[in-house]
Design a protein around this ligand. Sequence first.
Ligand SMILES: [Zn+2]
Length: 721
Amino acid sequence: MEPQYDHKKYEDEIYNLWEKSGSFKPSLKGKPFSIIMPPPNANDPLHIGHAMFITIEDILIRFHRMLGDSTLWLPGTDHAGIETQFVFEKKLSKKNESRFNFDRDTLYKMIWDYVQENSGVAIDQMKKIGASADWESFKFTLDKNIVSKVLETFIKLNHDGLIYRGEKLVNYCTKCGTGYSELEVIHEEKNSPLYYVKYYFTDEKEKYITVATTRPEPIYVDTHLAINPKNKKTKYLKGKRILNPLTGSVMEIIEDSFVDPSFGTGIVKLTPAHDQTDFEVAQKYNLPIVKAIGTNGKMIGGPFNEMKISLAREETIKMLTEKGCIEKIDKNYINKVSTCYRCHNTLEPIPLAQFFIKTKPLVNGALKALDSKETLIFGAGQEKILRHWLNNIRDWNISRQIVWGIRIPVWYSLKDNKNLEVSFIDKEGNKKSGKLSDFNFVEVEKGLQSIKASSDAKFVVSINKPDGEYLQETDTFDTWFSSGQWPVVTLQTNKRKDFDKFYPTSVMETGYDILPIWVMRMMLLGIYTTGKSPFKIVYLHGLVRDEKGRKMSKSIGNVINPLEMVEKYGADALRFALVVSSTPAQDKSVGENSFRAMRNFSNKIWNAARFVKDFENSVEDDQLFNLWCQKELPNQITKLLTNYKIGLAAESLYNDFWHRFCDIEIERAKKGEVSSKQLKEGLLTFIKLLHPFVPFVTESVYKEIFAKDKDDLLINSSWIK
Ligand SMILES: [Zn+2]
């Protein structure tokens, strides 16, 4: 054995040995044990959070493989619609190009090629971390057979009356050019001035009331103000008429209990087209819903038509000040603002016709699965959180205004939709938009960029194009609509026909931060399409934070690149540092010191093995040593791993190996109290129990000391219970 363990010398070679041996494929015998890997973005290198889930899942898979189970760990990647298109558009803009210069099909192909170029990176990195996944079963969310399964689900939902098209307020990012669902919105506290605007009465010219607002620019479309019927201070205003401070048109005051009497002056303005609550109130009282802001982030009509929102706000305040309608401005007001999780731009609630899934009818199955313990959640407090989301679910907006994704299988005929708004590139290469019937249909079809169909547009749901002059919807599904079906569609399309054997899967392991956005949807859609919850256990790991407990972020500059740590300290050190003492759903702090310390552990294993290998004595076995090493220790670790106490198992192994096996038992052996034969057996026990955690160094030791021939690998050896 080499005097020093150098991970760089061993890791790649060991990985190749495993892969070539076919060990990653499920064995024909044994109980099924399966994990579907959360698919990372196909286009991105891995971050430390990925390293966390890869490690935990690999530990579970290796443990069950050694137990003799037929293990399947199915890997894959996600097309990550919005993120990927966003990155691609940034690249385009560097070349002074924009997505608006291309027709939809061309743009899609360009992004496809771009993703293909990068797609190998994430896979190679997972291998570097030691992932013993079944690469032959690898799936990508845009694989043809996956896409057809996803489309089938939409067709089924539509057939069951669970899909509808409706104009609703969506959280729209004017920068990214797409809407988001409620769950994807980030609420950030931002400083936005609170303006106190005077509204004069129609009958008494000098008298006015004051309304506080952070959003003065759409005032010109407002038709109503609202007060709380229980508020004594404002009760006298009921039925009074006042003047719109920008347009001078007459406005009415309505009463509703939604008004918070303690906000501002207790009187609020209603802008139904651009505020979720106001929208609901407007529907309740049948008030007009007039748009003031377009999807391009510019004003529609009014005194500042076509002006950007921020500029229009300044101009509005100037105008109101000139009219004497500004009472005061609270410049230090802190407001909770909805922002884009991608670019942090403030989101605009904008009415858009979108496709929605009625989610309420799907909820019962998921609640039942929790009640009956068909699915168990590991992570303190997380089941309660999941139940909360399920009980308060809203319909799911699945339309996204991007090309990179699975195109919604909905078709609009020219015959029924002459007024359909289309944008396209004509045969001369010019951008055109307008009514469909004003253009040559074939030309529109060929150069199509986007369609904006109204909520009452007539459409046909079909996977294939219907006969005649039809245009397909240009929106794509929310990425989570396909990843929400991941455990089902990956197994259904697996060439070994694994579905019956491995569904429901054994474990879904992912971060607690995507419990509602992903895990919940997998349960809803999995139960809807198969009748069974897609997993028996949900193991939620915590976020990985820096040594000071801060979130890792580019702006702080505390991001740890897991691959850099593998390069420096070895994959084993990275893995062990991430999981040791970790608890489900609790954040874990790590820093470079943690990885360095765990590299020392790899060295400790190597050095102990070197000593044990050549150590000889001829004393009798010590029965206490055998009891500990052949029974108590394996029992304890097996019990911990069976109960998903991965962090504790790692911690005990570390302590038992370092502080008992090395510090005490090796010293006793030197004194003749433990035999060399049983010391070797003890080492073998340890490297087996440690293998799931630190697979490379343990396999290297096994090869040096225990392997009978070159095909004899620790990865396939049997567990000691
Ligand atoms: Zn954005």
